[in-house]
Design a protein around this ligand. Structure first.
Ligand code: KG4
Ligand code: ZN
Length: 331
């Protein structure tokens, strides 16, 4: 079964053709990163306009790359939420139009299910599993007993981890997107700053706004006193606190649910510190860890095509009344 996966929830216009939920036939990702970098973050109105300009080009390109036509496609999977409403609508309208014209099933995919199923393109998911989803909009722990069954365990109470990275980057003068830049700097420094370990409790929830504020206050106070900030060290201290709490709660979930498969998903899964610390913890606890290649960590149509295959086999099908949702529960 060939599924066309469409993703446009934030600042990437992407489509992919995926065979049987596991094989990537062709993918095109058009990133708007350079445009938004100028403003220091994603500007929703600009994002929607750029999706409109790019969506048909991306469709032509992905079909050309795969050497296929729409007649070869068996289903159209699309991110319907969560995300920026204007951006989501562009991908959704494209999907609905294609579904209507070519009479192909329309498959609604939750963006986070997509991030999780990006791992299926690396190696088939093994159940039961715990998924740690870390991105610019999400920090979530999800339990999956079987394919396309999601139990939300906990998530961030305020900032998502990627969001905290982006804000910390800005206050220490690093360009957008901040996450990769803080990550790079963190590998050069030492953990010398006394920052709090956020929401260090027995729940599966996270909170990063206190840690972010601690960094901002520290920078302001030191600057006012005329003291220089050692940016590398501050990046290391921040990254260590973030990874420590993410690893701690993830291992706690694995133990409590007696699960030994862990997958990591979302843009922050590219973080070198997080990868290293998770690997060490999983080796120690005998847990099978899968983290997708960096190209599958950030938003792309391939993950939507992969998730779409399993969504469809579980009976998830939408009609043309399907609407975009800025926020929507994963289930
Ligand atoms: O999954 P994604 O592409 O988009 C969302 O759905 O949010 O994630 C983007 C987020 C951004 O906040 C970016 O700064 C962060 O992922 N990110 C990183 C790294 N690479 C991307 N954060 C920390 N370390 C990285 N290496
Ligand atoms: Zn994402």
């Amino acid at each position: 079964m060939y599924i066309l996966g469409i993703e446009s929830s934030c600042d990437e216009t992407s489509m992919s053709i995926i065979k049987d939920g596991t094989i990537e036939v062709a993918t095109v990702v058009l990133s708007q990163m350079d445009t938004h970098a100028y403003y220091g973050g994603v500007v929703p109105e600009i994002a929607s306009r750029m999706h409109i300009e790019n969506i048909t080009l991306v469709l032509d390109e992905v079909l050309k790359k795969a050497n296929m036509t729409m007649d070869d496609i068996d289903g159209i999977a699309v991110t319907y939420g969560p995300g920026l409403i204007g951006s989501l609508l562009v991908g959704l309208m494209a999907a609905k139009t294609l579904s209507f014209i070519y009479n192909k099933p329309l498959i609604p995919v939750h963006h986070i299910a997509g991030h999780i199923y990006a791992n299926n393109l690396v190696k088939p998911l093994k159940f039961p599993l715990i998924a740690l989803v870390v991105s610019g909009g999400h920090t979530e722990l999800v339990y999956m007993k079987e394919d396309y069954s999601f139990e939300f365990l906990g998530g961030t109470l305020d900032d998502a981890v990627g969001e905290a990275y982006d804000k910390v980057a800005r206050v220490i003068g690093l360009p957008y997107p901040g996450g990769p830049n803080v990550d790079k700097l963190a590998s050069l420094g030492e953990d010398t700053y006394d920052l709090p370990l956020p929401l260090n409790d027995e729940s599966y929830n996270f909170s990063f706004s206190g840690l972010k504020s601690a960094v901002i206050n520290l920078v302001h106070n030191e600057t006012q006193r005329g003291n220089e900030i050692i940016k590398e060290n501050l990046a290391t201290s921040f990254q260590n606190r973030v990874t420590e709490i993410l690893v701690k709660k993830t291992i706690m979930a694995l133990k409590n649910y007696k699960v030994n498969n862990l997958i990591v998903a979302g843009g922050v899964a590219a973080n070198k510190g997080l990868r290293m610390h998770l690997k060490a913890a999983c080796d120690k606890e005998n847990i099978n860890l899968t983290i997708p290649d960096i190209k599958y960590c950030t938003d792309n149509g391939a993950m939507i095509g992969a998730a779409g295959y399993y969504a469809y086999s579980k009976g998830h099908k939408a009609d043309l009344s399907l609407n975009a949702k800025a926020t929507v529960e994963l289930k």
